[in-house]
Ligand binder design. Structure first.
Ligand code: PLP
Length: 324
């Protein structure tokens, strides 16, 4: 692949010990580490920066003047595309599922601050969202612009390159790493880690964004490794989806509280909260064991917490007040 990335983030991100969280999960004090990919810098940080370095590198090589991408209203990828567009001096159009009536908190507030233009696609499925984005690109071309369409979630063979690098950082930072635990959304993050670390060393916790997330990981990882990546070799848990991507489940609420109260770490209700709930379940059923080195990959998403009314209400419940 001859593409070059455009530097956007601050790397390598740190790895920190998490002994109190480890103990709460039933692991030994030296067993659990957190890869702080929430601290990638630009636009509030998060995992999408690593993928955007590659997909936007390709857009710049094509001399695009407008970046177009798609997502849910609280998409971290959309927010970070908006931030990257500002950094690179390019216009950004975000084609979002839903209608303009939704609350403009969380990521949506930041999309506005970064100056992105929002196009609401209505209650469409993934194909409908892609079709709306194609229409937006066609209209931009007719108007004389040079749009580049950035894939859903920033995930593609090219975008996954960014997570190959994260896996290489982890190999150096955590010798003897047995399992890297990560949220699995559009698949590019897990794919890059699988390519760098091997299928057996990555546990993906599905968040319910795709019908067949393992197929996406196979598609995006294969080009980057000599290992044959097949769906049956991947470690994927699908037990944390609950009633869907946008729902705050009991185990996720518990995970948010646990990370906050043991390590002062904030997780989000859609991705990282599910990843920690999946790790807790894996410790219970033996998929992850004490005495093994485990890394929890913190992929960011903090603005999404403030864009999720149920999660904010749950967080507020924890406060202990005096008087009225
Ligand atoms: C998008 C996202 C993920 C999932 O990454 P994919 O590459 O889409 O699978 C995980 N965590 C956060 C906070 C995200 O925004």
């Amino acid at each position: 692949m001859s593409q070059l990335p455009v530097p956007l983030g601050t790397f390598p991100t740190p790895v920190e010990p998490a002994p109190r969280l480890a103990a709460a999960l039933g692991l030994g004090p030296d067993d659990l580490w957190i890869k702080r990919d929430d601290l990638t810098g630009l636009g509030g940080g998060g995992n999408k920066i690593r993928k955007l370095e590659w997909t936007l590198g390709a857009a710049l090589a094509e001399d695009a003047d407008t970046l177009v991408t798609t997502g849910a209203p609280q998409s971290n990828h959309a927010r970070l595309t908006a931030a990257a567009g500002a950094r690179l001096g390019r216009d950004v159009v975000l084609v979002l599922r839903g209608s303009p009536g939704v609350s403009r908190s969380g990521n949506l507030a930041l999309d506005g601050l970064f100056g992105a233009r929002l196009v609401w696609a209505g209650e469409v499925d993934r194909a409908g969202l892609d079709a709306a984005a194609a229409e937006v690109c066609a209209a931009l071309r007719t108007a004389g612009a040079r749009p580049a369409l950035i894939p859903f979630g920033g995930s593609s063979v090219l975008g996954a390159r960014g997570y190959v690098r994260c896996g290489e950082e982890l190999r150096e930072q955590v010798p003897g790493l047995r399992t890297a635990v990560v949220a699995l959304g559009s698949g590019g993050t897990m794919a890059g880690l699988v390519a760098a670390l091997g299928s057996g060393s990555v546990l993906g916790v599905d968040v319910g964004a795709l019908a067949d997330p393992a197929a996406a990981v196979v598609e995006f990882a294969g080009a980057h490794t000599g290992e044959e990546v097949t769906a049956d070799r991947l470690r994927v848990r699908r037990d944390q989806v609950g009633s869907g991507y946008a729902a705050l489940t009991g185990p996720v609420a518990e995970a948010l509280r646990l990370a906050a109260r043991t390590e002062g770490i904030v997780l989000d209700p859609t991705y990282t909260g599910r990843a920690l709930a999946g790790l807790a379940a894996a410790v219970r059923d033996g998929g992850v064991r004490p005495g093994e080195k485990t890394v929890f990959v913190h992929t960011g998403g903090l603005p999404g917490l403030f864009g999720h009314a149920d999660a904010v209400a749950f967080a507020e419940e924890g406060a202990v007040g005096h008087g009225g």
